[in-house]
Write a protein that binds this ligand. Structure first.
Ligand SMILES: Nc1nc2c(c(=O)[nH]1)N[C@@H](CN(C=O)c1ccc(C(=O)N[C@@H](CCC(=O)O)C(=O)O)cc1)CN2
Length: 283
């Protein structure tokens, strides 16, 4: 078997085209969706993600601001800025790029963003809504994975989904979103014993561990769907958590790195920002 490759990049482009039309329709009603991205420091990968977010927002016709702060910015200064943005009626979505420097509590920052402007979907109020099956802003990478699976016509109900990773950004929320779709979900993590005994049972295997080539063909059940969320740089080359060449011989569907899940993250952020603007303006 050679797997069908699911390119998030192509889907992301199609969705962004649809969003462009949605944004122009909002402009005719004098609604201008606006995203503000805040970054502390100059980490090159984070810088490239925030520039990508700004570029993508502008391409669909949204307003966007990038606020670049020095790495030594205090937690108080950041909280004050967030409060100002919470109060600004022209701003619909606020995002602080993670990770933040060690002297700042990421949880305090996440909780400072008003839930109605929390386009990352990280605020406990929004996480709680997701957990109780309510409509809200879903975290962008997990939401992007859900949309990719649905667009590829992969049935979720009754499927055994195994997730490697339990981060608040990806592992936990993707499990919750797929549970909401009636999948049976298993989480594996660094303390899991005999990982292969779990991965071999997966109809859908989602790997978000941040470990290059953690999973290869021999860990995968014949015909499984494999979603690689890893973004690792090895010898200057971007690589996922899955050994693509061996995995594609066993899987029915597989996402590549790059051009797989990554581009969907920014796309779902645009989706959430448009949703925030519509909600604030009762559309
Ligand atoms: N506030 C947030 N911080 C972080 C998030 C987030 O959702 N909100 N996620 C990650 C980083 N991230 C977005 O911020 C992100 C990661 C990867 C990609 C992406 O498009 N990857 C490409 C490769 C790009 C490259 O060459 O480096 C791909 O996989 O094809 C987009 C966004 C942590 N922080």
């Amino acid at each position: 078997m050679t797997a069908e490759v699911i390119y998030g990049k192509q889907l992301a482009e199609d969705l962004r085209q649809e969003m462009k039309e949605e944004v122009s329709a909002l402009h005719t009603k004098d609604i201008r969706p606006k995203l503000v991205v805040v970054i502390l420091g100059e980490d090159p990968a984070s810088m490239s993600y925030v520039k990508g977010k700004q570029r993508a927002s502008e391409k669909v016709g949204m307003d966007s601001d990038l606020i670049e702060l020095p790495v030594e910015t205090s937690e108080r200064e950041l909280l004050d800025l967030i409060e100002k943005l919470n109060q600004d009626p022209t701003v619909h979505g606020i995002l602080v790029q993670l990770p933040v420097p060690d002297h700042i509590s990421d949880q305090k920052i996440i909780e400072a963003i008003h839930p109605d402007k929390d386009v990352d979907g990280f605020h406990p109020a929004n996480v709680g809504k997701m957990m109780t099956g309510q409509d809200t802003f879903f975290p962008c990478t997990p939401y992007g994975i859900l949309v990719m699976l649905k667009r590829a016509d992969i049935t979720l109900e009754g499927k055994h989904v195994v997730i490697i990773g339990r981060s608040n950004l990806v592992g936990k929320p993707v499990g919750q979103l797929l549970l909401n779709e009636n999948a049976t979900v298993t989480h594996c993590h660094s303390r899991t014993k005999d990982m292969q005994s779990h991965t071999k049972q997966a109809d859908i295997l989602i790997v978000a561990a941040g470990k290059p080539s953690l999973i290869s063909g021999e860990d995968i059940k014949e015909g499984a769907v494999v979603i690689d969320v890893g973004v690792n740089r090895v010898d200057g080359k971007l690589t996922g958590d899955v050994d693509f060449d061996s995995a594609k011989e066993v899987a029915s569907h597989i996402t590549p790195v790059p051009k797989g899940v990554g581009p969907m993250t920014i796309t779902m952020l645009l989706h959430n920002t448009i949703k925030a603007a519509k909600r604030i303006h009762n559309q």
